[in-house]
Design a protein around this ligand. Structure first.
Ligand code: ADP
Ligand code: 5GP
Length: 225
């Protein structure tokens, strides 16, 4: 009979920084939302942005909405881990919550564009796992942007124009997921997370585990009693 997990000391591991990027409308926010619902060890990195709030969005939950002047002050005081201009607005990742989470062994989820992903990759190469989400076709991308019905026709046109440039960045990512069927795409992302958590380099606690294993200290309770 296998030992139950509760009988073995949990193996200490480093937090994971999971970056999801895609052209606008490919479905990364939808996948990110599902991941947060299904996996309680993930916390969303809430970005700051100068973009106007959409009707469905809540301040502090989806974004922290800032004026350009407020954004510049945050940037100039070094409080941002990365920042980029996307579709004519500024977006950035606040530094403090990320540094706290990683030090604490918690996982962070980032819904950011390729420019931000590149900056994080350079600053924290050992902690980043990057996933690029592709739409199955450009027609479907337009259909999703239109169906979402949260942007003006001009904004949708701008986002579609930027999509080709964004898709060109796919080679820089560790994993590519084509979001045709949402359920399958979500399962792919979960599999990536599961495998990445098991990577040896991410589990400093293994040294101790194997040491105990070899000295018999990991013996389960049935053997102890
Ligand atoms: P992004 O965050 O990449 O801009 P969203 O997650 O907001 O994209 O998704 C855009 C729209 O497409 C939303 O209305 C969402 O419900 C829908 N959507 C996402 N994935 C799929 C899918 N696999 N099939 C059909 N519609 C999808
Ligand atoms: P949206 O306006 O649709 O919420 O986001 C537009 C784009 O900005 C998306 O590609 C999204 O991933 C990206 N984005 C959101 N937050 C950040 C951030 O903090 N930094 C960067 N670089 N991009 C972001």
């Amino acid at each position: 009979m296998p030992s139950s997990a509760s009988e073995i000391t949990p193996i200490r591991r480093r937090g994971l920084m999971l970056v999801l990027s895609s052209p606008s409308g490919a479905g990364k926010s939808t996948i990110a939302r599902s991941l947060l619902e299904h996996d309680s060890s993930f916390k969303l990195s809430v970005s700051v942005t100068t973009r106007p709030r959409r009707a469905s969005e809540i301040e502090g939950v989806h974004y922290k909405f800032k004026t350009m002047r407020e954004f510049e002050m945050l940037r100039d005081s070094g409080e941002l881990l990365e920042w980029a201009e996307v579709h004519g607005n500024c977006y950035a990742t606040p530094r403090k919550p990320v540094e706290e989470a990683i030090a604490d062994g918690r996982d962070m989820l980032f819904d950011i564009d390729w420019q931000g992903a590149a900056q994080l990759r350079e600053k924290m190469p050992d902690d980043i796992v990057s996933v690029f989400i592709l739409p199955p076709t450009m027609g479907e991308l337009l259909a999703r942007l239109t169906r979402r019905a949260e942007d003006t026709p001009e904004t949708i046109e701008k986002r579609l124009k930027n999509a080709c440039l964004e898709i060109e960045q796919w080679r820089d990512y560790d994993y590519i997921v084509i979001n045709d069927d949402l359920g399958s795409a979500f399962e792919s992302v979960r599999s990536i997370v599961q495998a990445e958590r098991l990577r040896r380099e991410r589990r400093p606690g293994l040294e101790d585990f194997v040491g105990r294993l070899l000295t018999g200290k990991n013996a389960d309770k049935r053997e102890e009693s």
